[in-house]
Design a protein around this ligand. Structure first.
Ligand code: ATP
Ligand code: MG
Length: 238
């Protein structure tokens, strides 16, 4: 088993007035191949947790070991490099470039890691085929359905072969048919070994994951019968 994520007592307070304790100290372990859903109501700390996991923000306490690297010790540059090479992101609002085709949007994710434009395009085509969009390679986002756009965003997250794909409300902007198509893609990817963490307030989305943790008022509590419940500790089962 390869451990991808190891959080030990990771917490986050925003130094606003008054201070917001957005995430109480949490322990969390995620192994390669896991699919963990983090579910909780609005304002409970889900995006705060995702931003910490994705090296987009720093915790105010605790230790984070990502893929064997203690990231607390890294400078901003090294964190950015690690994030770019090893973590893929999928957000609620797709964030596609409107005047670029699907294949261009995906290929752009490799701009800083793959010097050859031909290789970038080949990898982008493969990633789009993987999410079932081999027939929409040259479509512009404005001509695609919400579910198709989100699948382009998933292909973009995948194309660099990351160790971890983080999704923040990936179906939040989709109707139920499109949401199902996106969840089917996530299911296939996980079956192929892609490690997923999906943040959601939707219990139906959470139900598709292999394991779940609940977050409420910044406290993560285990909701999965296979892991030991505790007020501040959640452990994703292997
Ligand atoms: N940059 C910030 N500065 C101050 N407080 C913040 C900041 N970001 C988030 N918060 C606060 O931290 C808490 C957790 O916010 P977070 O965005 O993590 O919630 P969430 O679970 O993702 O909610 P939603 O489901 O609405 O996206 C909230 O009380 C929020 O107001
Ligand atoms: Mg959020």
């Amino acid at each position: 088993m390869t451990t991808i994520v190891e959080l030990r007592g990771i917490g986050k307070s925003y130094q606003t007035t008054p201070v917001v304790h957005a995430l109480q100290p949490v322990d969390l372990t995620i192994e390669a191949g896991d699919w963990l859903a983090v579910v909780g109501p609005s304002g409970s700390g889900k995006s705060t947790l995702l931003n910490l996991l994705g090296l987009l923000d720093r915790p105010t306490q605790g230790r984070y070991v990502f893929a064997g690297v203690d990231v607390s010790t890294l400078g901003e540059r090294e964190r950015t490099a690690l994030r770019g090479r090893r973590i893929g992101f999928v957000f609620q609002q797709f964030h596609l470039l409107p005047h670029r085709t699907a294949v261009e949007n995906v290929a752009l994710a490799l701009l800083y890691t793959t010097p050859s434009a031909g290789q970038r395009t080949t990898a982008a085509v493969q990633a789009l085929r993987r999410v079932g969009l081999g027939h929409r390679l040259h479509a512009l986002p404005s001509t695609m359905s919400g579910g198709e756009r989100q699948r382009v965003a998933i292909a973009r997250a995948l194309v660099g072969a990351p160790d971890l794909v983080l999704c923040d409300e990936p179906t939040g902007n989709l109707d139920s048919a499109n949401a199902h198509a996106v969840l089917d893609v996530l299911n296939d990817l996980n079956a192929d070994g892609v490690t997923l963490i999906v943040i959601t307030h939707d219990p139906d989305v959470a139900a598709r994951a292999r394991s779940r943790v609940h977050i409420r008022d910044g406290s993560v509590t285990s909701a999965d019968p296979r892991s030991a419940p505790s007020a501040t500790t959640a452990k994703a089962p292997a």
